[in-house]
Design a protein around this ligand. Sequence first.
Ligand code: BEZ
Length: 211
Amino acid sequence: MALQLGDTAPDFTAETTEGPVSLHEYLGDSWGILFSHPADFTPVCTTELGEFARRKKEFDDRNTKIVGVSVDSVDSHRGWSDDIAETQGTGLNFPLVGDEDRTVAQLYGMIHPKALETATVRTVFVIGPDKKVKLTLTYPAAIGRNVDEIVRVLDALQLSATHAVSTPVNWNDGDDVIISPAISDEEATTRFPKGFTTLKPYLRLTPQPNR
Ligand code: BEZ
């Protein structure tokens, strides 16, 4: 069965562009993003990996380590990094797994044969500090991902993990959030000192608590 939200992210040890990595040990107490791309030296992937590399500081700032995967070799990844640097401005600056034997791809269900026979599709797994899968995304080979969205959901996941709130449609960092219906008005008054607006008893909005 495919990995589901709340499952433990499978651990593995693999060769990467930054030497051998054991996922759980590497992540430590951090959040993690494990993502796959179909193939090195292909156009959409080159733009995506360049964007992840350019924005690495945003992930660092969120205590999040990123790890990429494809079924290419580590030597291939290293050669491709020069093209990424040349065309996208920044080369690889995070571990990229050389998963030639598809161990990681199979553990995470990254190969979807009806969409792409032998390579990994574009998957994203957000992993919490407890090593549980918090969010999954899957895109086909022809469609590049949106790193803004990945950063956005990371902000939302981290906020909801530390405060009793959830995020409404189209939420962005800084927008109002929703108070959990499990919290009474009385408790909300002390937990959310900036106040809250009640649209319905089950729909109460409060300014983002960690700002
Ligand atoms: C691409 O990155 O452009 C790509 C990779 C594999 C299949 C199709 C497109």
